[in-house]
Design a binder for this molecule. Sequence first.
Ligand code: TRP
Ligand code: SF4
Length: 331
Amino acid sequence: MKKVIFSGMRPTGKLHLGHLVGALNNWLDLQEEYECVFSIVDWHALMGEYEQTQNLQQNILDMAIDWIACGIDPDKSTLFVQSEIPEHLELSMVFSCITPLGWLERNPTYKEQLREIKSRDLQTYGFLGYPVLQTADILLYKANAVPIGEDQLPHIELAREIARRFNHIFQQEYFQDCDAILTQTPRLLGIDGRKMSKSYDNAINLSDSAEIVSKKVKGMITDPARIKLTDPGHPEICNVYSYYKVFSPGKTKEVHDWCVNADKGCTGCKKILAEVLNEMLAPIQEKRKDLEGDKSRIKEILKKGKVKAKNIASKTISEVKSIVLGAENEL
Ligand code: TRP
Ligand code: SF4
């Protein structure tokens, strides 16, 4: 039997380059080898942005389009919307009964977000329980591994602990441990040098036109010591250079040389980077345009994914109910 991989993404807006190198490229490799289940986790989006749901349906559709345009193949992988499978909430409920509050309150990702995000009130019961629902997502499909970014590691650790606690309390080796698969690529920073994020308005989106990409790249912060064209640069501290490393590894030596020897200025260096990015994005955008014109196809794909997901989810829930409640599978 193929190993099962599960991952989810919150539909909070258009996908950007950070999603591509941080997650999607990894998913593309995984789908060739494993049974992959990828979920658009709209309940998780609600947990953090419960006051802004007006774009949610559009975002869900956009996310499905972006995924497929990047090469996630609905014939190989299962793509579905979390809220269409109510079993996520059932399992989450069971886990919420056995998860000690201290585990959730100590979660570093939770603490960081409470500290950093001031624009929304995240002191809610739901937000504290975010990783409990995430655990349910993963264990509902009995995933063996979960590709994630480093910030999500505490959540996977928690998922393992909840699985073990379930097994311990109910005296059964029902849930297996799941492993995190960390993406190898270094984290891509936004054009202002901070973490790339929609909320910082510093992202290059997969759907940005060539003109917008060029403009954004032009605005990227470079080595501050390079004021004149003749000043030698320090590529190691330049964000433009780190983009080359990710998107055009074959070119890095050349870029390094022209930078330290002051053979080329930052404007020229950025112009070439913009070309590299636009060339990479062109086929994705072409596919995106096709898909945008055929929404019924996207809906069909999500419906098919829902049926596949439902099959697995309902089986797990009936087993869990029988373990936890002693319920008969069919009354
Ligand atoms: N919490 C994840 C994030 O913000 C999204 C997510 C929800 C997820 N459920 C998941 C990721 C299950 C992996 C597995 O990125
Ligand atoms: Fe950065 Fe390129 Fe300028 Fe060097 S030449 S500082 S790598 S933008």
